[in-house]
Design a protein around this ligand. Sequence first.
Ligand code: HEC
Length: 114
Amino acid sequence: MAHTLKGKLMQRLWFRVSVGLLFLCCSVPTDAADNENGKDLLQKNCGRCHALAAETASPLKEAPNLWIVLRSYPTERLEFELAEGIGSRHKDMPQIQFSSEDIYKIESYLSGDR
Ligand code: HEC
């Protein structure tokens, strides 16, 4: 009786460990690819005015460096603004509503090292 219970617990534990490992091993390479996509998305939509990498100057000098501005936003605000269209506040800025998939990509780019 006690033996079977222990066996079941072990089985559950192993299941969790292997699911964890599966997640770890498979999510790392996709993250790396997503980083580029996030930057591409910003480049395509915002890059003609804003700088997107640390220590670069914006093509349009009034436009702040997005790497710095967007990284300073708390996650909820960033998600909200990207989904609603940050551009609404400034007449020259296009009002782009990113999909949640795009937002995820942009977030992974912004959470990287540069
Ligand atoms: C046509 C040029 C242009 C494009 C394209 C553009 N912006 Fe801007 N953006 C500006 C200018 C100019 C400012 C600074 C003036 C201001 O804050 O109103 C600015 C300001 C901002 C700010 C700062 C707002 C604040 O709270 O101070 C954010 C964030 C921002 N832009 C995000 C974006 C994002 C994200 C995109 C791409 C989806 C984008 N912009 C595309 C011109 C642009």
